[in-house]
Design a protein around this ligand. Structure first.
Ligand code: PAF
Length: 281
């Protein structure tokens, strides 16, 4: 099994990447906030297929959490994460502290506009995509990676990152990978750890209702009616639904013309846990 280099500074990270590039090797990055699960490890495995070397970053990014959110409670388990990365075959873990990522006096932010940031997560977490775009832009520039991999579970995030990398001419290919699910369909997420045993059972209603609406859409039934029915089911089970929407799958524009790929996206809160998921149509 490979050794994982654990580096905490940008200069060490760049030294490794420089050596790999000098040897003619390509380098992939899997940006994470740690608390790694099989979804993250699937990104590492895809990274190994796409590039010669794979790095994962572990950084709980304060800029993408609002004051009332779970920054303090977000699970942190570095030793366990590094062992998982080692077993998955990653070459390097970049684990910067907050001072390394945001030096004193840091004053720059990346703001993405356009359909990818209109009307879904941004309505409920207005600070979120600015924080994500800023830290991911930094990670791509710091690491000089050739490829970066993101899960489709955070589909809106994936499109925001693609838009940002394209607009800023960052020479890195952004790859989205299919959502990895538990046996009952629940999308893997580090935040699933917040669910009580009862909530965990209820949480499988999210993928079940996505499938229900997707089937109805594919069968040509009335989309609004199917979504209303699914949202009511979730409400009865104790969820507070933030949104449940059919969008253009490429741009996330609200006009989901059946001639184009479409994406059905949902966000709902169950107790103190907010779950998001989506499915291609
Ligand atoms: O999806 C995540 O874990 C985070 O939003 C990311 C992309 C690592 C940026 O902090």
């Amino acid at each position: 099994m490979t050794e994982v280099h654990v580096v905490r500074t940008i200069s060490e990270l760049r030294a490794h990447v420089r050596d790999w590039h000098k040897a003619g090797e390509t380098v992939a990055l899997v940006p994470t906030m740690g608390a790694l699960h099989r979804g993250h490890l699937a990104l590492v495995e895809e990274g190994l297929r796409q590039a010669d070397r794979v790095m994962a970053s572990i950084f709980v990014n304060p800029k993408q959490f609002a004051a009332n959110e779970d920054f303090g409670a977000y699970p942190r388990q570095e030793a366990d994460d590094i062992e998982k990365l080692r077993q998955a075959g990653a070459d390097l873990a970049f684990v910067p502290g907050p001072q390394e990522m945001y030096r004193p006096g840091f004053a720059t932010g990346v703001t993405v506009a356009g359909p990818a940031v209109q009307g879904l997560e941004d309505r409920f977490r207005p600070h979120f995509f600015g924080g994500v775009a800023t830290v991911v832009a930094k990670l791509l520039i710091q690491s000089q990676c050739d490829v970066a991999l993101f899960g489709e579970k955070d589909y809106q995030q994936l499109l925001v990152v693609k838009q940002m990398a394209r607009d800023l001419d960052i020479p890195c290919r952004i790859i989205g990978c299919e959502t990895v699910r538990e046996a009952d369909g629940l999308a893997m997420s580090s935040r699933n750890a917040y669910l009580s045993a009862e909530e965990r059972r209820t949480a499988s209603l999210i993928p079940a209702q996505l499938r229900f609406v997707a089937d109805a859409v594919r069968a040509g039934e009335d989309v609004a009616q199917a979504i209303a029915k699914a949202s009511a089911m979730l409400g009865e089970a104790g969820f507070v639904v933030d949104y449940f929407e059919l969008r253009n799958g490429k741009t996330l524009a609200p006009n989901a013309d059946p001639a184009n790929p479409r994406r059905l996206l949902v966000a709902a809160r169950l107790g103190r846990t907010r779950l998001i998921d989506n499915i291609a149509i």
